[in-house]
Design a protein around this ligand. Structure first.
Ligand SMILES: NC(=O)c1ccc[n+]([C@@H]2O[C@H](COP(=O)([O-])OP(=O)(O)OC[C@H]3O[C@@H](n4cnc5c(N)ncnc54)[C@H](OP(=O)(O)O)[C@@H]3O)[C@@H](O)[C@H]2O)c1
Length: 244
């Protein structure tokens, strides 16, 4: 049985991953900055609690993100993991990060490189956007604006967690095949599904954006292609009432 530190244990895929690993009998340290049942407290931005969380850990699954610039936190985690003798680091990245000129994606690529260069055996998995992501974008645009003319291949965090659990209990594999959801949908279609589910206002203006980043999304670099790995559809996720 493995001793696994999961960073970002409270993130979308973090919760279901911790559940799956514990159900399989593994010893899981679920890292969070906030105390709670079944959690270990630690902060990647300061390093507080990291050594204790890593003592005796054999595997690290790194899901934590501050959604801005994660590289310094990842480097801190890698140094501490090396010192603790961790034998496998698994990192969750995003499909298309090297083809889409977006600041968060550039940072993801830098994180991937740091992991590959760390000397710790590793596995990197890239996934498409989670089902919650279109709604988050809508929220970021004030709930009144959405993006037109894009396709998305949303994946359930439960499916991402299933793949991560498999990787965490396997041998280090380097970069593995990208995963995506079971369907590719137009943003227009996503919006009407969100509206029908009462998760978006009825009056939303859809628009395209100028610039290379939007063009790269329009070109579909963030899609993994069909058939996808995930089985949970967007409608099933909506019906589940989940927010992540
Ligand atoms: N969202 C997507 O569509 C998508 C798609 C593909 C891949 N991903 C990747 O999947 C991962 C999870 O994404 P998400 O959107 O589900 O994340 P999220 O909901 O924003 O959660 C962020 C997580 O990071 C932890 N965290 C943040 N700052 C931390 C710090 N200083 N120290 C320790 N933990 C910290 C938070 O833990 P506490 O708040 O409990 O401390 C939380 O568990 C990320 O690596 C992301 O890039 C996301």
């Amino acid at each position: 049985m493995a001793t696994v530190l999961v960073t970002g244990a409270t993130s979308g895929p973090g919760g279901p991953l911790v559940e799956r690993l514990r159900a399989a009998g593994h010893d899981v340290r679920a890292l969070s900055r906030t105390p709670g049942e079944g959690r270990v407290v630690g902060d990647l931005s300061t390093g507080t609690g990291l050594d204790a969380a890593l003592a005796g850990a054999t595997v690290v699954v790194h899901l934590a993100t501050n959604r801005k610039k994660d590289l310094p936190d990842t480097e801190r985690l890698l140094v501490a993991s090396r010192e603790a003798g961790v034998g496998h680091v698994i990192f969750l990245s995003i499909v298309g990060v090297d083809d889409i000129p977006y600041f968060y994606y550039r940072d993801k690529v830098a994180n991937e490189h740091a992991i590959a260069a760390s000397g710790i055996p590793y596995t990197i998995l890239r996934a498409t956007q989670f089902h919650s992501f279109p709604g988050e974008i809508l929220g970021m645009l004030g709930g009144r604006l959405f993006l037109r003319g894009l396709k998305v291949q949303p994946i359930g965090v439960v499916d991402v967690a299933t793949r991560l659990a498999e990787l965490a209990t396997g041998t280090p594999a380097g970069r593995v095949a990208d995963i995506g959801g079971p369907e590719i949908l137009e943003t227009r279609d996503i919006l009407s599904r969100l509206q029908r589910a009462g998760r978006a206002q009825q009056r939303v203006l859809s628009m395209g954006l100028p610039g290379k980043t939007f063009a790269a999304f329009k070109a579909g670099h963030h899609l993994a292609g069909l058939p996808g790995y995930g089985t949970q559809t967007f409608d099933e996720w909506l019906a589940s009432g989940a927010s992540k």
